[in-house]
Write a protein that binds this ligand. Structure first.
Ligand code: SMG
Ligand code: MG
Length: 369
């Protein structure tokens, strides 16, 4: 396979409703897409970096810059030997910038798989043809508003609800949702690093609500503190922001900082690293689940394929396209009986719809090899 050029395309996607977390409110998604062009096939990579460096240190403008300045320029030297694995190796000397690296590696992997006729699911080792889906519910202005929103998602068929929490919005919303929807609802919470170990006593009050897990209660670099918190509450601790590599996952498990891991391919530098984390967790009997970054149909297709691996034993944040977008840039992913189908076509098995993609495009740049 030989790459002839890469298009960097920025799109602006309005959200159907604002999405509030402990670190901010999103009302539109500014997304960087990569189109990797070869004479025989094209591959798409979606960068999950957000507009501002609040979820992690990466942000979309920075990702575009590092891609153009450092990451993409390593590819021409790979010549005909270009592959996702070769790209991962070539990008390794550059520190950090995992979301930018993931977008490039994914675009190359998609082109490579479209060429060989293999799907993402088959390449990664999917064991199922559909995956059960959870949904992430933002922080709301009131409990009645939250209950109405959760009720809507339960009616749509979501098999698991995740509530975003922060200091001042934790026990009351969790209690209200438990009381309204009953003990059988699969329920978990995500703090996006909003607490400190000084909040351990408050967090332990969540134990009575039989949550599946609490996601990233403390700061990204607080592995030791997460291990201490784990001894002070019975709700399993799941790490998201803290895990940027298979080495981080190994450290977290060794320290007892997490007993469940959220795998987000963008956060860890790509689907190859995501698969390595899955394999490590399977070897240790640790459950994993697939996170989400409000992806379009392109990123969603790859996530759904990953979520079909055997170690993904908990429902992921792999909701339907309409959870966030009135109009997706691909054929929308639709929930059926609380599940999404794993695409079976070559590569991502889905492509952007040209008219829709053009209508949301804000800029485009062609990098010729
Ligand atoms: O794609 O459904 C989705 C988003 C799920 O809550 C979600 N993601 O920390 O897990 C997380 C957040 C990160 C993005 S928040 C703007
Ligand atoms: Mg999270």
């Amino acid at each position: 396979m030989k790459i002839t050029g890469i298009e960097l395309r920025r799109i602006a996607m309005p959200l159907r409703a604002p999405f509030r977390t402990s670190f901010g409110v999103e009302s539109a998604r500014d997304i960087l897409l990569l189109r990797v062009v070869t004479p025989e096939a094209e591959g798409w990579g979606e960068c999950v970096a957000m507009s501002d460096p609040l979820y992690s240190s990466e942000y979309v403008e920075g990702a575009a810059d590092v891609l153009k300045r450092y990451l993409i320029p390593t590819l021409p030297a790979l010549g005909e030997r270009v592959s996702a694995r070769a790209v991962k190796r070539a990008l390794k000397p550059f520190k950090g910038h995992r979301m930018a690296k993931a977008a490039l590696e994914t675009g190359v992997l998609d082109a490579q798989l479209r060429l060989s006729g293999e799907s993402f699911g088959s390449f990664l080792g999917a064991a199922r043809d559909r995956v059960p889906c959870g949904v992430s519910v933002g922080i709301m202005d009131s409990i009645p508003e939250l209950l109405e929103t959760v009720g809507g998602f339960v009616d749509e068929g979501y098999v698991r609800i995740k509530l975003k929490i922060e200091p001042g919005w934790d026990l009351a919303p969790v209690r209200a949702v438990r009381e309204r929807f009953g003990a059988d609802l699969l329920l978990q919470v995500d703090a996006n690093a909003a607490y400190t170990l000084a909040d351990a006593r408050q967090l332990a009050k969540l134990d009575e609500f039989d949550l599946l897990l609490i996601e990233q209660p403390l700061a990204d670099d607080d592995l030791i503190q997460h291990a201490q918190l784990a001894k002070r509450m019975s709700t399993p601790i799941c790490l998201d922001e803290s895990i940027e590599s298979v080495e981080d996952a190994a450290a977290a498990l060794t320290l007892g900082a997490a007993s469940i891991i959220n795998v987000k391919p963008g956060r860890v530098g790509g689907y190859l690293e995501a698969k390595a984390i899955h394999d490590l967790c399977v070897a240790h009997g640790v459950p994993v689940w697939c996170g989400g970054m409000l992806e379009t149909g392109l990123g969603r297709a790859a996530n759904v394929a990953l979520a079909a691996l055997p170690g993904f034993t908990l429902p992921g944040d792999t909701s339907a396209s309409r959870r966030y977008y009135a109009t997706d840039i691909t054929t929308p992913f639709e929930l059926a009986d609380g599940h999404l189908d794993v695409p079976t076509g070559p590569g991502l098995g889905i492509e952007p719809i040209a008219d829709i993609l053009d209508s949301v495009t804000t800029s485009s740049e062609w990098i010729k090899f």
